[in-house]
Ligand binder design. Structure first.
Ligand code: NAP
Length: 253
């Protein structure tokens, strides 16, 4: 499959988990993928692993909450290729706690990475996409947008991403830019491992409990999400915009 041949993709939070797998899939689809993450060492490890697999990747360290760094990132990619075709807003953090124990910092940090980060990267990406009259923006929401105990900050941010996605789809459609969101269910990554740690239970126990509520009777993998991202990123998906695809092993809202 080389459906993304000659295309330039940027994936945030690409060092591990879902972002890593989306990066790999887009590279296998034929794109040149810029891996972006906040920690240089983790980023370079993933970059070197992908290079060994002969994938067409580059790595740029950037914090998506820092406008100067985001601006520099897009200027660098634009300078090298003159375009950005695909943006995956995937970088994320959790700072879970019940409301009465949630600090303002927990709230602000989650809003900053998910909402401000998605806003900033989309803003700089659309500049390039409008100029080239083509683009695919894919934002990571979550089933938590429907409500999730202990995640008031994260649920609000992930619901916000859905409104942001639908709005950009309206604003950018006339430039042949589609904007969609993927709302993953329970996916086995370091993020869900951290949830098990907070609950004080082994990861396997959390997986077992979650699987009981998932109609297809298994937990999700980063590959499941990469598949959906590849679908939205395809030039053939040009009539699909402003959608939220729940990739959760069963029906969600
Ligand atoms: P993960 O394993 O924790 O990976 C997230 C990556 O984002 C990490 O490499 C992290 O770097 C990076 N990151 C954090 N803050 C950043 C910043 N300011 N700038 C750049 N990069 C930053 O998470 P995941 O499970 O793969 O989740 C990926 C996305 O899917 C997130 O948006 C998450 O909310 C969403 N999601 C996940 C699930 C799930 O079940 N796993 C379900 C629904 C939605 P550090 O290592 O330095 O923090």
């Amino acid at each position: 499959m080389v459906q993304l041949e000659n295309q330039i993709a940027i994936v945030t939070g690409a060092s591990r988990g879902i972002g890593r797998e989306i990066s790999k899939k887009l590279a296998l689809d034929g794109a040149t993928v810029y891996l972006v993450d906040i920690q240089e060492q983790a980023l370079l490890e993933t970059y070197h692993q992908f290079m060994e697999e002969n994938l067409s990747v580059k790595a740029i360290r950037a914090d998506v909450t820092n406008e100067a760094e985001v601006e520099k990132l897009f200027a660098e990619v634009e300078g090298e290729h003159g375009k950005v075709d695909i943006l995956i807003n995937n970088a994320g953090i959790i700072r879970d706690n019940l409301l009465y124990k949630m600090s303002s910092t927990d709230w602000d940090d989650v809003m900053n990475v998910h909402l401000k980060g998605t806003f900033l990267c989309s803003k700089y990406a659309q500049k390039s996409m409008v100029k080239n009259q083509y683009g695919r923006i894919i934002n990571l929401s979550s089933v938590s947008a429907l409500g999730s105990r202990g995640q008031a900050n994260y649920a609000a941010a992930k619901a916000g991403i859905q409104g942001f996605t639908k709005t950009l789809a309206m604003e950018l459609g006339k430039y042949h830019i589609t904007v969609n969101a993927i709302a993953p269910g329970f996916i086995m990554t370091d993020m869900t491992k951290a949830v098990a740690e907070r609950l004080g239970i082994p990861f396997e126990e959390l997986i077992e409990a979650k699987v009981k509520q998932i109609p297809v009777n298994r937990a999700g993998t980063p590959e499941d999400i990469a598949q959906a991202a590849s679908f939205f990123a395809s030039p053939d998906s040009s009539f699909i915009s402003g959608q939220v695809l729940y990739v959760a092993g069963g029906p969600k809202a």
